[in-house]
Design a protein around this ligand. Structure first.
Ligand code: ATP
Ligand code: MG
Length: 301
């Protein structure tokens, strides 16, 4: 069963086609991750699904509702963590969570939830005194307080320290175990790798790739990455032909489908010149490599 079905979704802002014909579905109980560069149309898409923005064209069905024309019954079943949530920061953490809780028929326990997001020692603190990461944790609590069956998380862990991020992942894992459906945007590839059952990579409002993390990696698993540091006194121009080479300061990376031959060319060249290739490494592409490759020139919106 699909929790969300999107068909040829379009959103124009004046002359800009921010979402330019997206189609995908999100299955019940899965974590669906939307990746893409700044300005790709992630927030626009997610907010249309939440009923927070209207659309220019296309069909959208969320839990059987059209979010563009649905009311309370729809909103009670979804949870939302906006990329930028404007909450009244004169309230304390507990007051705000309690206030939001009042809006839902199904509710989670306030103190349990505050504990769950790691704000127990800040329960009585005014929101305006919270740090950036603490505020984001509060956003997460507010998204969960109505015990939603479908949760939208727009960059939920931005500003989290590494241990808070791990805790948030655990939280999302627990929600998945409870059978909740989650739509998540993130710029952290390790987060996508860890949480996503399937992911969509979008750029300029269009779908670039979609699949499980493994599927996306496998599509590019023929490639190997060879990297090393440029020896002292050697420039990139001195190197033999190694295919598509990227130079970042002294760090050289090349992507190849013929790792053995490329390595041979490289090491023979180094041996002939009598130079040592420091940090010489052969690796399989990570999700981040795959992402960067797919996005390529499609970045910057
Ligand atoms: N209210 C608006 N009015 C006009 N243009 C907008 C509006 N909201 C977004 N845009 C534009 O639409 C495009 C997509 O924006 P969106 O916020 O959906 O991107 P995003 O993928 O969420 O990016 P980020 O990773 O930075 O959050 C951008 O070019 C943005 O400038
Ligand atoms: Mg965004």
């Amino acid at each position: 069963m699909s929790a969300i079905v999107v068909t040829d979704l379009r959103k124009d802002y004046g002359p800009l086609a921010a979402v330019d014909g997206l189609s995908f579905d999100v299955r019940e109980g899965e974590c669906f991750c939307v990746l893409g560069p700044n300005g790709a149309g992630k927030t626009t898409t997610v907010e249309i699904l939440e009923g927070h923005r209207d659309r220019t064209g296309g069909e959208v069905e969320v839990l059987g509702f059209d979010p563009g024309s649905s009311g309370r019954e729809f909103r009670e079943r979804i949870g939302i963590v906006l990329q930028e949530a404007g909450v009244d920061d004169e309230f304390t953490v507990r007051e705000l969570v309690t206030l939001y809780r009042g809006m839902y028929p199904r509710r989670r326990d306030v103190d349990e939830l505050i504990e769950l997001v790691g704000l127990a020692d800040k329960a009585e603190a005014r929101v305006k005194t919270l740090s950036g990461g603490q505020r984001r944790r509060l956003d997460l609590a507010l998204g969960l307080v109505g015990d939603p069956e479908l949760l939208f998380l727009d960059e939920p862990t931005t500003g989290f320290d590494p241990s808070a991020r791990r805790k948030a992942w655990k939280l999302v894992d627990n929600l998945k175990e409870l059978g909740k459906t989650i739509v998540l945007t993130t710029h952290y590839m390790d987060e996508a790798q860890h949480l996503a059952d399937r992911l969509a990579i979008i750029a300029k409002g269009r779908m670039i790739a979609m699949g499980t993390p493994d599927e996306l990696s496998e599509q590019h698993s023929d490639d190997a990455l060879i990297s090393f540091r440029l020896p002292a006194g050697v420039t990139a121009g001195d190197l033999p032909a190694l295919g598509s080479v990227q130079v970042d300061g002294p760090q050289v990376t090349t992507r190849t489908r013929t790792a053995t031959a490329t390595l041979t060319t490289l090491t023979r060249w180094a041996t002939d010149r009598g130079v040592e290739l420091e940090s010489l490494r052969l690796a399989q592409p990570t999700l981040e490599d795959v992402y960067l490759r797919l996005i390529g020139g499609a970045g910057d919106g």
